[in-house]
Design a protein around this ligand. Structure first.
Ligand code: AMP
Ligand code: MG
Length: 336
């Protein structure tokens, strides 16, 4: 059910959920200060309670009402990348809802770069928690139509067009001493963060338990199987293996379709080819996976981009879409 900006604002203020556009993916939004509204996000998404939610705020000054400390490194990152696809995880003030932060001592904050989202924050006067507007572990939505396909047409959606970035934000945690760590790769790369932070990411000696307890930020909610289509996904690091797997699948009288990145050989099944640029691939990634999923073939064959820093975020999402142990799955296909 599509709603207007004014209706979305009223829905949020009445403690209900509404799907909203952002530049990353569509979010399922609720008032971040209202526990019963936040519970509705978890219930609608069927999301486990230990997956904390990101709070979307209207501007950098609002950070001070959420955190005990806004270290200089985090200030620099916020000034450089906000509004934009960067989430900062910082020490939370006591009043911050435990439902929101999944019982962590930290809170995750971001100023989104989408005119409709910013207008909604302004009009409602609220900060909103907004994880992706899909069922837990499924493909993220990048259009209002994806939201309705995934959650049902009874969920109110504010349509703001297709998302320009197309994948979830980069998440960086910053400790009070300015040490930082990448919790989730996104289109703002680790190298860009390091450049602005003026120091490399924190290196933790994982053999030292004391270090682990005191220094390592927890990374809740990073399940291996996430962002997944309904069709099973096999991942390939090279095109020749993908083409062979397609032949084997077809010999076994099964059907497949493939997502290819860049030029080169193609398998003898339905393909979707994305151009060989990280920004373009990210923008089209979920839409293309939704389209491939809708073909209802037995298997999706997905080519991974190179294992280089500029492709880190796209590889992360594709690897999670494929779950674990793809290599062994592939050998099963080939040996069928
Ligand atoms: P999303 O699923 O895109 O809403 O992103 C939520 C993810 O952000 C969580 O699964 C965590 O990895 C991270 N996150 C959110 N809040 C916190 C927090 N308070 N502390 C640490 N990580 C967080
Ligand atoms: Mg999500």
């Amino acid at each position: 059910m599509h709603v207007s900006l004014a209706q979305a604002s009223t829905i949020l203020k009445s403690g209900e959920v509404v799907a909203i556009p952002t530049e990353t993916v569509y979010g399922l939004a609720a008032d971040a200060s209202n526990d019963s509204a936040l519970q509705k996000i978890f219930a609608t998404k069927q999301r486990p309670a230990d997956h904390p939610l990101i709070v979307h705020i209207g501007n950098i000054n609002q950070v001070y009402s959420w955190v005990t400390d806004f270290p200089e490194t985090a200030v620099k990152l916020a000034q450089t990348f906000w509004p934009g696809p960067l989430t900062l995880v910082l020490p939370a003030q006591d009043h911050v809802s435990r439902v929101l932060r999944g019982n962590e001592a930290t809170v995750a904050l971001r100023v989104p770069n989408h005119p409709t989202t910013l207008a909604l924050l302004e009009l409602s006067g609220l900060s909103v928690a907004a994880p992706s507007a899909n069922l837990f572990t499924q493909l993220s939505p990048t259009t209002a139509e994806h939201v309705e396909m995934g959650l049902g047409t009874h969920v109110p959606v504010l349509d703001g067009g297709a998302c320009a970035v197309g994948i979830e934000s980069t998440i960086v945690s910053v400790a009070s001493n300015g040490n930082w760590q990448l919790l989730r790769p996104g289109m703002i790369s680790e190298a860009e963060i390091a450049l602005v932070a003026g120091r490399p990411p924190m290196n933790v000696d994982k053999t030292n338990r004391n270090n682990l307890d005191t220094l390592t930020p927890k990374v809740p909610g990073q399940h291996l199987l996430h962002y997944s289509p309904c069709t099973s996904v096999y991942l390939f690091n090279n095109r020749a293996d993908l083409v062979h797997a397609c032949e084997a699948i077809q010999l076994a009288n099964q059907t497949c379709a493939a997502l290819l990145i860049g030029d080169g050989d193609k398998p003898s099944c339905k393909i979707m080819r994305l151009i060989n640029q990280p920004q373009e691939v990210a923008e089209a990634l979920y839409r293309t996976l939704h389209e491939l999923d809708a073909l209802q073939v037995n298997q999706l064959l997905v080519e991974l981009p190179p294992d280089t820093p500029i492709w880190a975020a796209v590889r992360d999402r594709l690897t999670r879409a494929g779950g674990s142990a793809t290599e062994s799955l592939r050998s099963q296909v080939i040996s069928k």
